[in-house]
Design a protein around this ligand. Structure first.
Ligand SMILES: [Zn+2]
Length: 357
């Protein structure tokens, strides 16, 4: 329960798409006879032979049915087509060069962002700070630096992001859980309750660079792309076992959560590189996550929230994030150095304003 709440820390999924990651049980079911409850014994008497609706062939078990199904030519062609579609849509993630499956086009990702934006504005629109507020100026100065760095190294993968209508919305309500996220259409949301944990500009930059990295790496499309696969798998398992909660747990444990944690670690890594290039202190990112860890401990009431829960969580444990960032530190220092961050009086072209209208 607590972890579910925590998933809203930088959690695009729960806020943006308004539904949990786990695939819901499918609405179809292959004529399983018996129909009893969990673990009840059933007779599998009404499986029809695939592609032969006239046949009255009966199968004594669902496994027999599936073996027959797998031998069917139609199924083989469909499987071949799906495999081709999967291979064709394998793309390399920027920075980390991880291969992943994405078939959702960028324009659809932006449309989903637009839809989420309208929903969020309906809920929080009245709490948004005016642009005259000093916090807005502070956040926009930090975000301008991060965006300028990101777009400086003319990567074609990021060109379309330059043309988005970037917008910052600071939601003033300290009783809401600490949170921040960026939608695929360039709309940035920061809840005022996260600012005390950020403590300083480097802390705010840690949060924003992490969120920006999710967009640079198209993590929303990646998550959406695999949803139909999880639903189909859930449907298949349900038709065999008749138990939906177990299948969902299995799919979450094997696919959804590890994928989500991989994306989180990737966003941490890309975010830290952007921090270092923008002359923010990656050391402060470690301190930020330590403060976040303390906050988690306070909320949970003991240390079990930090250790041992990672497998069941969509987010890596905070202690793992800290260890990861510390292990990247020598490389991050090199990046800061080569970006001229330690040179006194070095001119950085951070003057572009991405939020001008
Ligand atoms: Zn994240």
């Amino acid at each position: 329960m607590f972890r579910l709440k925590l998933s809203t820390f930088f959690g695009r999924q729960s806020v943006v798409f308004g539904k949990p990651l786990s695939p819901s049980p499918p609405r179809f079911r292959i004529n399983i006879g018996g129909g009893g409850g969990f673990f009840s014994s059933r007779t599998y008497a009404s499986y029809r032979r695939f592609n032969d609706s006239q046949s009255s062939t009966k199968y004594t078990s669902p496994y027999q049915y599936y073996i027959q199904l797998l031998k069917s030519r139609k199924v083989l062609y469909t499987a071949g087509g799906l495999l081709g579609f999967y291979i064709y849509n394998l793309h390399e993630a920027p920075y980390t060069h991880r291969r992943r499956f994405i078939w959702i086009p960028f324009w659809l990702e932006v449309k989903i962002g637009d839809y989420s934006y309208r929903q969020i504005m309906q809920q929080y629109g009245s709490m948004i700070l005016p642009h005259s507020n000093p916090i807005y100026s502070r956040v926009s100065a930090i975000m301008n630096k991060l965006l300028a760095t990101t777009f400086a190294n003319d990567d074609s993968q990021q060109n379309y992001l330059k043309d988005l209508h970037w917008e910052i919305n600071i939601i003033q309500n300290d009783s809401l859980p600490p949170n921040a996220f960026i939608l695929p259409n360039g709309k940035i949301f920061i809840f005022s309750s996260i600012l005390p944990i950020c403590q300083n500009d480097d802390g705010i930059a840690t949060v924003l660079s992490h969120e920006l990295s999710h967009q640079l790496a198209h993590h929303s499309s990646e998550q959406l792309s695999s949803q139909p696969f999880y639903m189909a798998l859930s449907g298949l398992l349900y038709s065999i076992t008749g138990i939906s909660w177990f299948n969902d747990l299995l799919i979450n444990g094997i696919f959804t959560m590890p994928a989500s944690r991989e994306m989180e670690t990737e966003a941490d890594y890309i975010g830290c590189e952007i921090l270092a290039k923008s002359c923010f202190s990656p050391n402060q990112a470690v301190l930020f996550w330590q403060r976040m860890g303390k906050m988690e401990q306070k909320l949970v009431g003991n240390t079990s929230g930090i250790k041992g829960v990672e497998w069941f969580s969509t987010h890596p444990a905070t202690s793992k994030r800290i260890r990861d960032i510390e292990s990247w530190m020598p490389r991050l220092r090199e990046i800061s150095e080569s970006s001229g961050c330690y040179e006194y009086g070095k001119f950085h072209n951070f003057n572009r304003n991405f939020f001008k209208r």
